[in-house]
Design a protein. Structure first.
Length: 201
């Protein structure tokens, strides 16, 4: 009888050890899974991941180069419209001249006038398209130049700052819902870019 109770005690002790071992192994596996799932800082620098931002609307309104380019583009567009309006006036005067001759024109003169009218219309359309393309190219080249200047400035600016990202936002298309003003570098960009532009003038 004593042997049976001893055997049962040993069996219970062995069973408790097995249960403890199995539970510990499951807990260790669970811990490993949790460790694997932990996010690793993107910068790899122990959580030094930093993002700065700048206000594109403010930059556009205060960057002197952008203002000068905008003014020049408006001047070019106005000049283009004046030149086209002048050409259109000349064409209308010619048409009025034909209309005044009216019934006195011979069949050959009417055919000649129709040919000239078609040529005038084609020439006007071609001139308009050419001028618009030149204006578009001017604006596109200036946009690319400004973008390169900003990117170059930001590269140099960030050498001592180590921001992982520097993003631009504007009020119309922003998806940023919270901004830490300490990470707003707009004024630094405006001041630095204006200083560089002033030197290049």
């Amino acid at each position: 009888m004593k042997n049976i109770s001893t055997i049962l005690s040993i069996a219970a002790l062995v069973l408790a050890g097995v249960v403890y071992f199995v539970q510990n192994r499951e807990i260790r596996q669970l811990k490993k899974q949790v460790d694997v799932a932990k996010p690793v800082p993107a910068s790899g620098g122990g959580g030094n991941f930093k993002i700065a931002y700048f206000d594109l609307d403010t930059l556009q309104s205060r960057y002197e180069l952008m203002k000068d380019v905008k003014n020049e583009a408006v001047d070019r567009e106005n000049q283009m419209n004046q030149e086209l309006a002048s050409e259109d006036r000349k064409n209308r005067l010619k048409i009025q001249e034909w209309q005044q001759k009216g019934n006195t024109m011979t069949q050959a003169e009417v055919e000649n006038a129709n040919q000239q009218l078609q040529q005038m219309q084609q020439q006007f359309a071609s001139d308009k398209q050419d001028r618009e393309q030149r204006l578009y190219k001017f604006e596109e080249d200036k946009r690319n130049d400004i973008r390169k200047r900003i990117e170059e400035f930001i590269r140099n600016y960030n050498k001592g700052k180590s921001f992982a990202y520097i993003i631009a936002y504007d009020n119309a298309n922003s998806i940023i819902y919270n901004k830490d003003t300490l990470l707003n570098i707009t004024n630094d960009l405006v001041d630095g870019l204006n200083a560089e532009y002033k030197k290049s003038k």
